[in-house]
Structure formats: structure tokens, C-alpha cells
Design a protein around this ligand. Structure first.
Ligand SMILES: Cc1cc2nc3c(=O)[nH]c(=O)nc-3n(C[C@H](O)[C@H](O)[C@H](O)COP(=O)(O)O)c2cc1C
Length: 363
């Protein structure tokens, strides 16, 4: 079966609620990007969506459930990508947008401010963003206290924690930062993502090597089934596939593919959204080529429509994560994308999403 990559970002239309939320999203987009993000977070933190007549899922989720080893059964495959809620301020608000699992962070051991502003830029005609946030983090202790108060139940919406290192931690001591993160959050996180792929912390991507990740894996042998690694899309195919094979051998639970693409123009930072889709999709195919479904994969990067979700699942992902879609399509993005996913499945004759998984490689 050949599933072509869509060449244009999607458009959508729904009813009154959609029109008003779209209007709100458009208003937010008139603000500088990070200010808009902060306003959105402010609203989500106060759980303001609970006052809106959001669509109910009901039977619309039939056939869309997916199982992610080590994370659990999901009602549907669309989760939150890391970076939106770096400090665990609004998990309830995000769950209300219909997301089926949440990845919070990146969290660093000690608090740090991140890079100077401006550090977040929109690429409107690409439904994309460039960011060089540089891990602005409240620090592990502070976030852990927030999670303690939250008493999250992973039953309905599993929550993972994405871990990074502080900017001023020497690369030779980076392993301590990740270890500390695992220890601090072990009772709160359903799963961990080891972030060795953000482009905005000097030396971080250099940690995406077998030696470092093996040492980390060996230190946390008992927790390997909770550990995922998020890789960048900028590696050469041979190096990427070599690392994927090594990570499978070490026993990591799975991979998140991918983080942002490093760019210098029109801004320095990491590129998200539509322009990332081809590279992120290629990485998924490369990973499948060497693991043949043996290593669970979560797709991230340019997933903006239900058709995109379908294509990533068909290429072997167990689930997907979104960031830019929430920025450009607003708080109803998940509901709209699930409608589109269902249409795509109907069109291609699939009743169960679990049957879609890996189907791209069947011919
Ligand atoms: C403003 C911003 C901040 C991000 N911060 C993080 C982060 O802290 N950790 C991480 O692993 N990924 C981070 N990401 C990457 C996203 O998790 C995601 O992998 C990427 O944006 C691609 O998905 P998208 O095309 O749906 O936006 C960030 C992305 C953006 C736009």
C-alpha cells in the first residue's frame, strides 16, 4: 500500500464552538509567540475549558485504542509532545483537550531561565515554529512538589516526564542530571523520556551515543521498561540506525521520533510543524527498517491532521504526539484530528487502528 505524504497543511471547519475557539486562537496568534503561549497556559492552568461545551467522545473512539508497551492502553493515539507544559502547570487543562497521554518537561535538576527572549517564532504558512527556549525549567524539586499535590491517576491519561540536563552541568557529569531526574520523579511518572535531542543546549545532542546511553541504562536497569529516548532528525541514516539498534539491545522501552530539526535561518533554533514532517517520517521508517516492530515507537514532528496520524501509525508508530497542531488548530485540535483519522481509516477500509500499525510495510 502506498500512502503519499500530504503536500499542504490541512484546513478544517466545525460548528459554533469551533468558530469561537478558532477566533480565540487567531487572537492569541496576534500576540508575540511566547506571550501567546503564556496566555494559553494561564487559561489551561485554570482549567477554563471546563466551562466550554466541548464535544463528547462517546462511541467515536471505537476502534481507535492503542497499546503502548510500558505506558498502557490509550483511548486513542494522540498525546501531548514535550515542551508545551515544561513545569507540570496544567495537566488537567491539557487532558480536557482530549489528549490521551501527556509528556511533561523537559525538566532540569536545578531551576534555570533558558535563553534570552525572543526565543519562540511562528512560521504561519508552514503551521510551524522555531524555538530556542533552552530548557527554561522550574527545576526538578519544584515540579515534583507540584506533581505530589496533583495526585495524578495514570489510569485515564498516562503522564510521562521528559528529562534534560542543566546548561551549566558539564557534559562529563550529564549522567548525574538524568539519574537525578529519574530518581526524583519515579513515583510520579508512568514513563520517562531521555532527551538527548533538543538543539538549544550545547553538547546535548552529543549524548545521543551508545556509550552514554548504555551507562545510563545500566545504572537504571530496574527501570528500563519505563525509559524512552527521544532522538533528533538530523543524524545520517547509518548513524541513526546504528544507534537505534544499540538502544534496542540495551533494553530501552522505546523511542520518540523525533525532536525538532536544527536550523539557522530565519532564526536559530529547532524547527517544528509541517516543514519537519518529511524528516521525522523518514526517521520512523529508518527505525522500523532495523527493528521491524520490535521496538515501540512514538511519532512526533509535523503531525497536524488525522491523515498525518494515520500515516505515522501506518509507518509503525504506536502513538503520536503533537505540539504545533495545538498552536495552529487550537484546543479542539484533538477532536478534529480524530474525526479526520476516522475518515481516513474508513476510506482505506480499516475498522481498527491497531490493524493500521505497520501496514505501510506490508506490500
Ligand atoms: C516551543 C517549543 C518547545 C519545545 N520544548 C521541548 C522540550 O523541552 N523537550 C523536548 O523533548 N521537545 C521539545 N519540543 C519539541 C516538541 O516536543 C516536538 O517534538 C516538536 O515540536 C515536533 O512536533 P510538532 O511538529 O507537532 O510541533 C519543543 C517544541 C517547541 C515548539
Amino acid at each position: 500500500m502506498s500512502i503519499p505524504i500530504r503536500s499542504r497543511p490541512p484546513t478544517q471547519s466545525r460548528g459554533m464552538l469551533d468558530a469561537s475557539l478558532k477566533f480565540g486562537t487567531a487572537l492569541l496568534r496576534m500576540l508575540p509567540a511566547e506571550m501567546a503561549h503564556d496566555v494559553g497556559m494561564w487559561m489551561l492552568e485554570r482549567d477554563l475549558l471546563k466551562y466550554m461545551p466541548l464535544p463528547a467522545f462517546g462511541s467515536s473512539l471505537d476502534g481507535l485504542s492503542m497499546n503502548i508497551p510500558g505506558i498502557g492502553d490509550l483511548a486513542h493515539p494522540i498525546g501531548l509532545a514535550a515542551g508545551f507544559d515544561k513545569n507540570a502547570r496544567a495537566p488537567k487543562g491539557f487532558a480536557r483537550t482530549g489528549l490521551s497521554f501527556l509528556e511533561l518537561g523537559t525538566i532540569t535538576p536545578r531551576p534555570q531561565d533558558g535563553n534570552p527572549k525572543p526565543r519562540l517564532f511562528r512560521l504561519d504558512n508552514q503551521m510551524g515554529l522555531i524555538n530556542r527556549m533552552g530548557f527554561n525549567s522550574d527545576g526538578a524539586q519544584h515540579v515534583a512538589e507540584r506533581l505530589k499535590r496533583l495526585e495524578w491517576s495514570h489510569e485515564a491519561v498516562p503522564m510521562g516526564i521528559n528529562l534534560g540536563k542543566n546548561k551549566d552541568t558539564d557534559i562529563s557529569a550529564a549522567i548525574e542530571d538524568y539519574s537525578q531526574g529519574i530518581e526524583t520523579f519515579s513515583r510520579y511518572a508512568k514513563y520517562f523520556v531521555i532527551n538527548v535531542s533538543s538543539p538549544n543546549t550545547a553538547g546535548l545532542r552529543g549524548l545521543a551515543n551508545e556509550h552514554f546511553l548504555k551507562e545510563l541504562g545500566m545504572r537504571h536497569k530496574g527501570e528500563l521498561s519505563k525509559l524512552w529516548v527521544k532522538l533528533d532528525p538530523d543524524m545520517k541514516k547509518k548513524d541513526f540506525q546504528g544507534l537505534v539498534e544499540a538502544l534496542a539491545k540495551i533494553g530501552f522501552q522505546g523511542l520518540v521520533l523525533t525532536n525538532t530539526h536544527r536550523v539557522e535561518h530565519p532564526q536559530q533554533g529547532g524547527l517544528s510543524g509541517h516543514a519537519l514532517a518529511l524528516q521525522a517520517t523518514a526517521c520512523l521508517e529508518w527505525a522500523w527498517e532495523v527493528t521491524r516492530g520490535q521496538l515501540p515507537l512514538i511519532a512526533s514532528g509535523g503531525i497536524l491532521s488525522g491523515q498525518d496520524v494515520f500515516q505515522r501509525i501506518a509507518r509503525g508508530a504506536s502513538a503520536v504526539q503533537i505540539y504545533s497542531a495545538l498552536v495552529y488548530r487550537g484546543p479542539l485540535a484533538v477532536f478534529a484530528m480524530l474525526d479526520e483519522l476516522r475518515s481516513e481509516m474508513d476510506l482505506r477500509g480499516f475498522s481498527f487502528l491497531s490493524d493500521v500499525k505497520g501496514s505501510y510495510y506490508n506490500d
